[in-house]
Each structure stands twice: as structure tokens, then as C-alpha cells.
Design a protein around this ligand. Structure first.
Ligand SMILES: [Zn+2]
Length: 340
């Protein structure tokens, strides 16, 4: 477990662009009154320690965590931030966008960082409408890993869009291109026509498709270059739209014109890890329990064989010379659960 003092030492040594004060967060959806008191007291204590260390010759950009609980539960903590630490903190970190409503006036001018896991541009736009300024754009990495090239812009292009059609959702634009798809195998066009990134200026879809199929790391590097260019353009568009006073209208258009979810890539990413689904996990634990009840049984994880990735799973065998499987589970056929 990381001690708070170690966290401060590492933050000072690494000197990142932003340091978020540690927060004591609830592990479930609800917390008892006693638990909330402890959360706010511990978070307040950590924040004071962090601010004191930062005032002692260090110039970190310190963001205070705002807890995802009601105003009453963290009123004293917020008052302490406003009255004692307002000169020591450079921003606020939110674990729930709803917490923006509890910010006292004395802290309202500070930049706001979202700690939420946002997986679509639409979710980012909704948080911007609530006043959030900074984001971790997880879906960019997720899209790159999935072999998807981002293809959306803000404000959304309205050239082919007619709001009057009742079934316009049927013709919504995709927000990305699955470059794994065979339709790009001989396509000599760039990932997106109007992109000036290195990938789009130097390479075509067919080349990147080939690199993906060949499992060359360069495929994901080139996709990441393009995807970060697209997300930078997305945020540039947001700032321009806010400046023009058209943000709310542009968000409505974006939601009308684009699909609500990012497209899923057709292949496996460079960091692909085979994970067990919830149903399979449930059966895994049943098998482990069965094995623990009988000393003659032992469990072993089946490793995938070359060309037979379907063989991965868990097998419980009798602990005897014949090793006859008496219980078997195959992940790809996870409806099969046989007890011999
Ligand atoms: Zn590009």
C-alpha cells in the first residue's frame, strides 16, 4: 500500500504537470455516515499535508480532490479548502460531475479536472457543459488498441444532415474507422481526407491495415498519432464553439449526427489480454470450490495451444496417475459445464 508521505515524495521527484491530492473514496455506491466522516477527515488531512509540503519550496500544480458525496458530508472540508488553502491549490479534481454543484464561490474560478472514465466524445461534451475543463481521454487509447481510427469533428459537419427526417438516427455517422476491416486492404486513401497528421500525410489505409494484420507495433503507433491529432482538433473546436456562444447548439447537432458509441475494432490490440467473462468466472469459482472440497481433486489453468486459442480455460482433474478430467470448462463453449 502506498503511504501518503511516499506519494508526496514521488510527486516532488517526478514533478508532473498536475498533482491530484489523494482522496479517501468509497469502494461501493453508498457509504455510511460514519464512513463519510472518516473519508472527509482523512482527505482533508492529506490535502493539508500536501499543501504544506508544496509550499516548502516546491512548485507543483496541486489539484484538490472533491469527494463524490453530498455537500453536507464534505462542507467542513470545502470550507477548509476555501478559507485555508485557496492560495495553495491550482485546481479541483472531480470523481463525479454532480459534485460541481457543491463548489463554494471562493473556489469556483479554479480549473476543473474530471477523474471519471469517459468513453465517448458525447460524455466529454456533457461534462464540458457542466463546467469541467480537463479530461483523461481514455477512449483514444482504447480506440487505437482496437485498430480504430477516430473520425469525428466538432462542430459536426452538417453537409449531409437534415434534421427534419424522423429516422435520421438510421443514417448517423460512425465516429471511427475499423482499419482491421478487409475493405481497407487495397484502399490507398488516408485515414481521414482532411487530416494533416504524419500518418495521413505519409501513409494510406491499406498500409496500416497490412501492419495490423502483420501485428507490427508501427500500426498502433501510426494510429495513435492520428487519433491524438483528431482529439486535439476536437478540443480546439470546443473552445472555438464556446467563444462563439454556439456550444449548446453544437452539442445537440453532434449528438444528432454521430452514433452514440465508438465503433468496436475487428481485431486484437497490442496489449490484448484474454480475460474471463462474468459467467465463466462464476463457473471458475464453482470449480475451485468443488476442488477444495475433495483432496483427490486439483485444478489447473489450461493454456492456449498454438492455433487453438479456444482451449484456454480451467480444468479440474483427479489427482491420480490417469489424470482423468472429471469436470471441464471450455471458455468458447461456456454453456458446457460437464461433471462426469
Ligand atoms: Zn490523420
Amino acid at each position: 500500500m502506498l503511504k501518503h508521505s511516499v506519494y508526496i515524495t514521488h510527486a516532488q521527484a517526478l514533478s508532473p504537470d498536475i498533482v491530484v491530492g489523494l482522496a479517501d473514496l468509497p469502494s461501493g455506491t453508498t457509504a455510511s455516515t460514519r464512513r463519510m466522516q472518516n473519508m472527509t477527515a482523512r482527505t482533508e488531512d492529506w490535502m493539508q499535508q500536501m499543501a504544506t509540503a508544496n509550499n516548502d519550496g516546491h512548485c507543483l500544480n496541486l489539484f484538490a480532490s472533491i469527494l463524490p458525496v453530498e455537500l453536507e458530508a464534505q462542507r467542513l472540508y470545502l470550507e477548509m479548502l476555501q478559507n485555508e488553502l485557496s492560495d495553495s491549490i491550482d485546481g479541483l479534481a472531480f470523481y463525479s460531475s454532480a459534485s460541481a454543484a457543491v463548489i463554494p464561490a471562493g473556489l469556483a474560478h479554479l480549473p476543473r479536472l474530471s477523474m471519471s472514465s469517459l468513453m465517448t466524445p458525447q460524455q466529454i461534451l456533457r461534462e464540458v457543459m457542466l463546467g469541467v475543463d480537463l479530461f483523461a481521454v481514455e477512449f483514444v487509447n482504447a480506440s487505437t488498441d482496437a485498430g480504430v481510427a477516430l473520425k469525428f469533428e466538432f462542430p459536426a459537419p452538417t453537409d449531409t444532415y437534415t434534421r427534419t427526417t424522423e429516422h435520421s438516427h438510421l443514417h448517423r455517422k460512425e465516429m471511427g474507422i475499423d482499419v482491421w476491416s478487409d475493405e481497407h486492404a487495397t484502399d490507398l486513401s488516408p485515414l481521414t481526407a482532411d487530416c494533416d497528421c504524419y500518418t495521413c500525410e505519409k501513409h494510406h489505409r491499406a498500409y496500416i491495415h497490412h501492419l495490423l494484420v502483420a501485428k507490427e507495433m508501427l500500426a498502433w503507433t501510426l494510429l495513435q498519432v492520428h487519433n491524438y491529432t483528431m482529439i486535439n482538433r476536437f478540443f480546439t473546436g470546443i473552445r472555438r464553439s464556446i467563444k462563439k456562444g454556439e456550444f449548446e447548439r453544437d452539442v445537440g447537432l453532434f449528438e444528432d449526427i454521430y452514433e452514440a458509441a465508438m465503433p468496436k475494432g475487428g481485431g486484437k490490440g497490442p496489449r490484448y489480454v484474454h480475460t474471463l467473462g462474468p459467467r465463466v468466472l462464476e463457473r471458475y469459482h464453482v470449480l475451485k470450490h468443488l476442488a477444495s472440497q475433495d483432496s483427490r481433486l486439483s485444478t489447473r489453468i489450461l493454456r492456449p495451444q498454438r492455433g487453438k486459442s479456444e482451449s484456454r480455460g480451467l480444468q479440474v482433474t483427479e489427482d491420480c496417475s490417469c489424470s482423468r478430467p472429471i469436470v471441464a470448462l471450455e471458455i468458447q463453449c461456456n454453456t458446457r459445464f460437464s461433471v462426469a
